[in-house]
Design a protein around this ligand. Structure first.
Ligand code: URA
Length: 460
């Protein structure tokens, strides 16, 4: 027990009025009962068809449906008691909170001290409480932290001379050698060569892994390579223009020389490619064969100072960013109970320079990109887009610009506006329906160039 925390009056949230005690039910007994009924509910849920389970999850994500909060019969979270029984071999509460991305351990201790953490419906103010993050429901300010029961997302720093595999008939060192009892549930996303080191993502989330590995969603990956130096200036240009390999052109998004000393150079290269030995082949093709290769970044996830052979959990933020990078932000939002995703409308307008095809396409592309980036949207979040143009724009459909930006699966429509006398000329407008976790007041409407004058109330 920690003297600072336990039995101090609640400071975080106002206490709810206590329920009258139920005869014969001590808080401990109620806790055991609610745990047992949760266990039953979980077992019932396990028995559902995959479709029913998916629907149930969706419902949980969309509304406040919540069948495992023992609100009606459990102890009142507002009360000062802490009857939580430590789970044998459990993990310290602050560690679980920190691993879920709530904040640093120190910050999590403050939250515990402030009475803002509930475990299975009970406020816990002990720093040392040991909990089971897979089976207990943990809430911060009433919002559930993601259960790690289903999905695991890890960064692994693969050492050199480790095979990208979970087992090997020839007895070589493999990833599972570094994972202890987690290994059988996890698989690796993509591959690194036997001699390549660095960042690998490990997960049991098939949908995310599939998207990350799919060529149409290839996220950017960054590598550090040791190569023979000096590296002439034109190498970066050649790599960016694309080098011809036996299986087709390979293009670097970015290339820079980080260090040159004598006969050695350290370079950094970023690309969206997943082909075998791609970095080694590209650099060899431009005359700089790789002697050491380390992957440092996959999309929004960085290796940072994780030591070789070690793993770390992705933070909630990294997982969210990773889902977003492959168009699954909405799915992630729905996985987070308590985060309500709503359909909202977003508006925008831009004035183009002239009635020409190029001006309409370029202006519309700018407008669409701004609406998307200011509202953190991917095309998967967009339900439909209606474009309208003033009657003086007749040379191209603005929807074509959206198609070129990848809105292939989004229903689009174009219409001419009412010819109002004195209205601003050459304006393309859009109204999109989107799915977003943002409240209505945070949706960013976008008015660009001359059209900014139409909505001076909105800072652009
Ligand atoms: N490119 C390579 O050449 N090797 C790797 O392991 C990864 C990318």
């Amino acid at each position: 027990m920690n003297a600072r925390g336990r039995n101090t009056p609640g400071r975080g949230r106002p206490a709810r009025p206590s329920r009258p005690a139920r005869p014969g039910n001590s808080p401990r007994r109620e806790d055991q009962q609610s745990r047992a009924s949760r266990e039953e509910a979980r077992a019932r849920e396990e028995a559902l068809s995959p479709e029913a389970k998916a629907r149930l999850r969706e419902l949980r994500g969309l509304g406040n449906y919540d069948d495992d909060r023992p609100g009606d019969y459990g102890t009142d979270p507002g009360e000062d008691r802490d009857n939580l029984v430590d789970v044998p071999d459990g993990v310290r509460l602050q560690k679980v909170l920190a691993a879920a991305g709530v904040g640093s351990r120190r910050y999590c201790e403050e939250l515990i001290g402030e009475g803002r953490i509930e475990v299975d419906g009970q406020v816990v103010r002990r720093f040392g409480a040991r909990v089971d993050p897979e089976n207990q429901v943990i809430r911060v300010d009433g919002k559930r932290i993601p259960s790690r029961q289903d999905e695991v997302y890890l960064v692994f720093n693969k050492p050199r001379k480790v095979l990208t595999a979970m087992k090997d008939d020839r007895g070589r060192s493999v990833i599972s050698d570094y994972l202890g009892d987690r290994a059988e549930r996890l698989f690796h996303v993509g591959r690194l060569d036997y001699d390549t080191e660095g960042l690998m993502l490990l997960t049991n989330d098939g949908e995310l892994a599939h998207r990350l590995a799919h060529p149409s969603y290839e996220v950017a990956k960054t590598y550090l390579a040791e190569v023979p130096g000096p590296v002439p200036k034109d190498v970066g240009r050649r790599l960016a223009a694309g080098v011809d390999l036996e299986d087709g052109l390979a293009i670097a998004d970015k290339f820079r020389v980080l260090e040159q000393s004598g006969q050695k150079a350290l370079v950094e290269i970023t690309l969206h490619e997943g082909r075998k030995h791609i970095v080694r082949r590209m650099l060899a093709e431009v005359g700089h064969p790789v002697s050491r290769l380390v992957r440092t970044t996959i999309g929004p996830v960085k290796l940072n100072d994780l030591r070789p052979g070690k793993t770390r959990e992705l933070s909630v933020r990294e997982i969210g960013d990773l889902f977003a990078s492959v168009g699954l932000l909405l799915l992630w939002a729905r996985k987070q109970e308590g985060l309500n995703v709503a359909v909202r409308a977003v508006r925008g307008a831009i004035q183009v320079d002239e009635d020409s095809r190029d001006a309409i396409l370029e202006g519309t592309a700018e407008l669409v990109s701004e609406v998307m980036s200011r509202n953190d949207l991917t095309t998967d979040d967009v339900i439909s887009v209606l474009f309208t143009v003033t009657p003086d724009l007749t040379t191209e459909f603005p929807a074509l610009a959206a198609r070129k930006l990848g809105f292939h699966a989004v229903p689009l429509m174009c219409a001419t506006e009412i010819p109002v006398q004195g209205a601003m000329p050459r304006v393309v407008r859009l109204m999109a329906h989107i799915e977003t976790a943002k409240p209505r007041s945070e949706v960013q409407h976008v008015y660009l160039r001359g059209a900014a004058a139409l909505r001076q109330d909105i800072a652009q």
